[in-house]
Every structure is written in structure tokens, then in C-alpha cells.
Design a protein around this ligand. Structure first.
Ligand code: PRX
Length: 687
């Protein structure tokens, strides 16, 4: 059993004011890669810790030859300038300088040219039963590389006909349907960066992102299936169009057959346009550093930032991390499934772009994990014989809660590798995943990375790295990760500090769209000369990394990243709220939940418990409207005032302690301006 000091798990991050770690989890369980792993997987690429260490050393000492060798596994229209695999003028990195390639080509045309056009590329399963079928007979579509190529080319031609050219940002707001992957590949094919917006975001969020990216074309669906209901995607886009006149064209895919309003001249049906389009479209030769996509993510301020990724480095890095982390081997009946939504970076890198160049089919599932029953995922794994499965700790905790009887009803013996991503995994969830899902025979790869890193940065390799529950273990090849203090000095073993990356890696972000200053300020200011991840962490005696939590005002709610200031802005935009402070709080399933402390306009003070509940409900609904349902506070507290320092800064640390149920008085309050505020908050907590 793990020994822990009180109150400590490596999991639920609630954001820290400082990076010091008061208590440290000591976990003694070590799981060696299973002896038969290589046999089961068709050969482990990296089969021992020694092999890992020597290759890692080479990748750091000689990145030029290391990355050139990997890059040669893919197709290039023109080679990079010799000696220019990487150029690093802090904070700007360039990879494969001078080369030309196209990621859509490497995903599709390359496979077809090598005789694999009829191989399975995407296996898609819809949430509801297939048309005319009863529950338990879901709709399944199997797309080969040829199918994907034809559909991608048709849409690419449609986009060109609508005036999209290289460099124009196309917004994708769709459900988890194959056409979302097709739309991404079509954009990549013609050099139009895409900006995918998660289908759970609101019309306001769409409008904000479209305006920031100056994106004139949006691709959406009539609706998306989620837990048996239709999410009205097109209606949300209509609302967004009413908030901005940036959007000139909307392409609508018919998926749910729900009623939608089509605006003449602006809205077009996907099927009408593509039925008339040619299935041939040459790939735009993309410079290595041409932008591939933008993906908005939350930061410390209220405004989400558009993270920019470029073509070649991202392509090479997602290809090789997919290959090694999941040990993808083509022609071995492997079927890989990542349950993330493509609206997040995980779906970009590890459903679409890293997978297709590896020629192992990628499974896409449309809906919820508990529809129609809580065993839906296990049913999918059994029916399709999934071999690699990648999900989030929050999902694992929900599965645990729903009960082991659901996975136990199913034959999960096809599984070879299990992965997790998005937040720290608590050892209990890790052990459940290992025992109940993996049958104690599947290595677990706990992969640490970020929207900004583009690909997995710290992760076990399944045939090589002994795993320890709760640790993401060791850096991937080419990644020079370290734990440092503010001066950039490495911290001793088991002492917490700032997680930094000291050298550039191929898929690192190239900037924040339209905000160079914020890019430098966020990632390259606090510690000189290094990329600051924004997480605190420590390294143990083995050199293994343990992520402790965020050091900024970002919280990780059910693996989804949110800025506390975003939620605060949404709250104060409601007429009743004068001031709001949002902090993370421990949550059994989500890891971190959202706690909001609000002061109210005197005219809106609720009268009695019923009115208080009503107002809380209204505020939750308001936040969902402003951002999306994922941002709804789990707890709202009304207070006369917020605890502040003498200089007027809200003392979030104190609010975090209250939100987590810590009513002790041993917090440092030396800078607190008005003690009665804190006393009142503590009192009402106890009451
Ligand atoms: O705090 C870390 C946490 O998620 C943050 C990145 O969030 P996002 O950009 O949305 O990307 C999530 C998917 C890659 C990180 O700064 N995080 C991600 N993976 C892990 C993690 N924390 C602990 N362990 C992980 N494996």
C-alpha cells in the first residue's frame, strides 16, 4: 500500500500559490513491463530501460541526427536544409528548416501510394442504434485510406470554391463524427489552419474565438448526439453569427436530422456542396513552419489564447510519440482507441494526426460513456477488439464509481496498452485501471503534456519503463524536462519546483495567435531561457516525475482546462454579481471542481433559502451560456466581502482552503486586510 502523509495525494490539482510541497506521497509499488509484452504487441520498439536511457541521451546530445532519422520515416516534398533540423532563437524554435511537406499527404496519400489504400483508417461508432435497429446495434462506419482521401479532397475543393486560401483560419464546431477528421485533413491539405472548438462550448465562446482568429468560414453539424439527446450545434453557430459579422459562410453536416434554420447565401449543406466536388485535390506544399492549426486554451487571464502549431515538427513528433508510447505496429490487427473529444488537443494529436501516419486504425466514438448503459466503453472494446486504449483519470474515477461489474461483464483480453492523460491520476484509480481493465497484464502509460506541447512529453514507454501509480515517469526522446526554482536551478530529489523544458522540441507551440507579448510573458519570463509549463512537480529517487498541480490560475476540471478568471468574468457579467472569486476544490470524480465565491448587488440579495437556491441555479445556467456546461460551478457561496490583501488582491489561497473544507486557522493571514471576512466565511462553512 502507498504510504502517504495526511492530506496528500499527487492528484486533484487545486492550483498552488507556491510550489513548495508540504507533504509527499511515497508510493512503493513498481510494475515492470510484462514479460510477454513484446510478444503480444508484435515487438516492443523500446524494450528496456537501458535502451530508453541511451536513446534519450542521444536525442538530447545530438538532436540533429536523432530527429532527422525519425523524420525520414515520413514523406517530404523538399528536404530541410542540411544542418537545420532545429534552430533555437529563444523563444522561437524552427524545425526542419526549409523543408516542404503536407500532413494530409502523410496521413492519406502516403499510405495509398504504399499500397494500403484499402486498409482500415477510421472505425467510427455512433451513439444511437443504427437507423431501424434496436438498442445494442449501434451504427458503425469503416473508412479506408481511399475513402478518407476521396472525402477529404472533395471538402478541400469545396473550401477552395468558397474562397478559402492558404493561411485562412477555418473554424470547426462539430460532434465526434468522421467528417470532423475529414474537415481537419481537408484544411491541412490546402494549408488553411483549423481552429476546432469543442462542441460543449457556448455560442459566446464560438464568437470570441472566431473574432480572435478572423475566421470567415465555420463548419458545423445540425446537431450532435450526447446521452440520447441532440446538442443543437447549428443553433449555437446561428447565435454566434448574431454576435459577429466575421462569419461569411457556414457548412452544415446533417447528422441528427434535427430542425435547423438555413440562412440563404451564408449556410450550405455539406452533402450538397461535396456531391458536386471533385475527389482529386493536390496537397499544398507547406513550409515546415507554416501554421497547421490554432487551438484555444485557457490561461491565467479571462481570454482564452489561440495556441499556434506548425506543420513539420508537430507532424514528426505526434507520429513518433504515438508509435512509441502506444507501440503501434501496422498489420498486426491492432485497433487503437482514444476516448477524448477532438475538440481538445488530445484528440488532434492522438486520434487523428499521430495515428493516421502510423497506419494503425483509430476508433472514434461519438457519444457518452454511459449511454445507454454504464458498460458502453467495455462493450465497444469487446466488440471491436481494441488493443490500445487512452482515456482520462476523471473517466476512470467515474467508471470506478459506476462499479466493476460493468467491465467484468465483458471480455477485455484484446487490450495490450492502457493510457491516461489530462490530469494527475490518483493511485487508487491507477490500480483499478490496472486490475479491472488491464487484467494486470497491460502497461499503463500516464502521459503528461499540454495543448502547448503538442505531443506527449513525459511518459512511460510500455515495453521499457517500470511504472509507479501516480507518476508520469520519464521524459520522451528529445525532451529535456527539469524541476527548477525561479533562478532555473535544479531542485534536489523530492523537492517540489517549477516544471520546465530546457530545450526546444519539435511540436512546441510557436506562439499565441496575435499576442506575442503574452507568449513571452506566459512561457519564457519567470525562469530565464526555459519553457515554463505552468505545473509544479517533483522528481523522485528514480528520476521519475510527479505532477503536483498548476502554479497559475488555471484549474483542471475533469481533465478540461479552465481559467478561474474566465469563470469569474462570466459570473460578474450576471446582473446580480458584483465581485466573484473562483478557485478549485477537490472533487471525487472530476479531480478538481469549481468553487465560486460571489458578492451580490444589494438589490439582488436573495430572501430565504429557496431564493438563494434559485439564484445559484440561475448563475450556473448563466456560466453555461457564457462559456459552456463544463464551466458550471460545483459550489457557489454568497458572501458580504472577499478576503483581500491590503493591496486589494483576493487571497485565493484562503478561499481554496475553505472550499476544500479546511476550516483550520493555521493559514498564513498576515497580509489579510479584514479578518472578519474570513471568520464569517469559516463560520458559515462550519454551519
Ligand atoms: O496540469 C497539467 C495537466 O493538464 C495540463 C494541460 O492541460 P491541456 O492543455 O488541456 O492538455 C491536456 C491534455 C494533454 C497540464 O499543464 N496534465 C496533463 N496531463 C497530465 C496532467 N497532470 C498530471 N498528469 C498528467 N498525465
Amino acid at each position: 500500500m502507498p504510504e502517504t502523509t495526511p492530506g496528500n495525494t499527487p492528484a486533484p490539482s487545486t492550483g498552488n500559490d507556491s510550489v513548495s510541497i508540504e507533504s509527499v506521497l511515497i508510493e512503493n509499488r513498481v510494475f515492470e513491463p510484462p514479460a510477454d509484452f513484446g510478444h503480444r504487441v508484435g515487438g516492443a520498439y523500446i524494450d528496456s530501460l537501458d535502451a530508453y536511457h541511451s536513446l534519450h541521451r542521444r536525442s538530447i546530445d545530438d538532436p540533429e541526427s536523432f530527429w532527422a532519422e525519425i523524420a525520414r520515416e515520413l514523406d517530404w516534398f523538399e528536404p530541410w536544409t542540411p544542418g537545420s533540423v532545429v534552430e533555437w532563437n529563444l523563444p522561437d524554435a524552427k524545425w526542419f528548416v526549409g523543408a516542404k511537406t503536407n500532413l494530409s499527404h502523410n496521413c492519406l496519400d502516403r499510405q495509398i501510394a504504399n499500397g494500403h489504400g484499402d486498409d482500415l483508417a477510421i472505425l467510427w461508432e455512433g451513439e444511437p442504434p443504427a437507423p431501424g435497429q434496436s438498442e445494442g446495434n449501434p451504427e458503425v462506419r469503416k473508412l479506408t485510406y481511399n475513402d478518407l482521401h476521396a472525402e477529404t479532397c472533395k471538402l478541400a475543393n469545396v473550401l477552395k470554391d468558397l474562397g478559402v486560401s492558404k493561411g485562412d483560419v477555418v473554424t470547426l464546431y462539430m460532434g465526434m463524427v468522421p467528417e470532423l477528421a475529414i474537415a481537419m485533413l481537408a484544411c491541412a491539405r490546402i494549408g488553411a489552419p483549423h481552429s476546432v472548438i469543442f462542441g460543449g462550448f457556448s455560442s459566446q465562446a464560438i464568437a470570441d474565438r472566431v473574432i480572435d482568429a478572423k475566421s470567415k468560414l465555420v463548419i458545423t453539424c445540425d446537431g450532435a448526439w450526447r446521452r440520447g439527446s441532440v446538442v443543437p450545434l447549428k443553433a449555437n453557430v446561428d447565435e454566434a453569427c448574431a454576435k459577429t459579422d466575421v462569419i461569411e459562410n457556414v457548412i452544415v453536416l446533417k447528422r441528427c436530422d434535427n430542425d435547423v434554420t438555413m440562412t440563404e447565401g451564408r449556410d450550405h449543406w455539406w452533402h450538397d456542396l461535396t456531391s458536386r466536388a471533385s475527389a482529386d485535390c493536390d496537397c499544398e506544399p507547406m513550409d515546415s513552419e507554416d501554421m497547421l492549426f490554432l487551438l484555444y486554451t485557457s490561461g491565467s487571464t479571462g481570454k482564452p489564447k489561440g495556441i499556434m502549431h506548425t506543420t513539420a515538427g508537430y507532424m514528426v513528433y505526434t507520429y513518433i510519440t504515438s508509435k512509441y508510447t502506444f507501440n503501434l505496429v501496422p498489420d498486426r490487427d491492432q485497433l487503437y482507441w482514444c476516448s477524448a473529444d477532438i475538440g481538445w488537443v488530445t484528440g488532434h494529436s492522438y486520434i487523428v494526426y499521430g495515428l493516421l501516419p502510423n497506419r494503425v486504425p483509430t476508433l472514434m466514438y461519438e457519444g457518452a460513456p454511459n449511454h445507454p448503459e454504464p458498460d458502453r466503453f467495455w462493450d465497444i472494446i469487446e466488440r471491436h477488439k481494441v488493443t490500445q486504449f487512452y482515456t482520462a483519470p476523471t473517466a476512470i474515477r467515474a467508471f470506478m464509481k459506476w462499479g466493476s461489474e460493468h467491465p467484468r461483464k465483458h471480455d477485455l483480453s484484446s487490450l495490450i496498452v492502457l493510457g491516461t492523460v489530462g490530469e494527475p491520476i490518483n493511485p487508487e484509480a491507477w490500480m483499478w485501471y490496472h486490475e479491472v481493465i488491464g487484467g494486470e497484464k497491460c502497461p499503463i502509460v500516464d502521459t503528461w503534456w499540454q495543448t502547448e506541447t503538442g505531443g506527449q512529453m513525459i511518459t512511460p514507454l510500455p515495453g521499457a519503463t517500470p511504472t509507479v501509480p501516480g507518476s508520469c515517469t520519464l521524459p520522451f526522446f528529445g525532451v529535456d524536462a527539469a524541476i527548477v526554482n525561479d533562478d532555473g536551478v535544479e531542485q534536489p530529489t523530492n523537492v517540489g519546483g517549477l516544471l520546465v523544458i530546457r530545450k526546444p522540441w519539435p511540436s512546441m507551440l510557436r506562439g499565441i495567435f496575435g499576442d506575442r507579448e503574452r507568449f513571452i510573458e506566459t512561457y519564457f519570463s519567470r525562469v530565464k531561457g526555459m519553457y515554463l509549463a505552468g505545473d509544479s512537480a517533483r522528481r523522485d529517487e528514480r528520476g521519475y516525475f510527479w505532477i503536483m498541480g498548476r502554479i497559475d490560475d488555471v484549474i483542471n476540471v475533469a481533465g478540461h482546462r479552465l481559467g478561474t478568471m474566465e469563470v469569474e468574468s462570466a459570473l460578474v457579467s450576471h446582473e446580480s454579481v458584483v465581485e466573484a472569486a473562483v478557485v478549485g476544490m477537490p472533487h471525487e470524480i472530476k479531480g478538481t471542481g469549481i468553487a465560486a465565491f460571489c458578492t451580490l448587488d444589494p438589490g439582488h440579495n436573495p430572501d430565504g433559502p429557496e431564493a438563494t437556491e434559485e439564484l445559484k441555479k440561475a448563475l450556473r445556467a448563466h456560466v453555461a451560456k457564457e462559456i459552456g456546461a463544463i464551466a458550471k460551478p460545483d459550489m457557489i457561496r454568497f458572501t458580504d466581502a472577499l478576503p483581500k490583501t491590503r493591496s486589494g488582491k483576493i487571497m485565493r489561497r484562503l478561499l481554496r482552503a475553505i472550499a476544500s473544507g479546511d476550516t483550520s486557522t493555521n493559514q498564513d493571514t498576515t497580509t489579510l486586510e479584514d479578518f472578519s471576512v474570513l471568520a464569517k466565511l469559516r463560520e458559515s462553512e462550519e454551519g
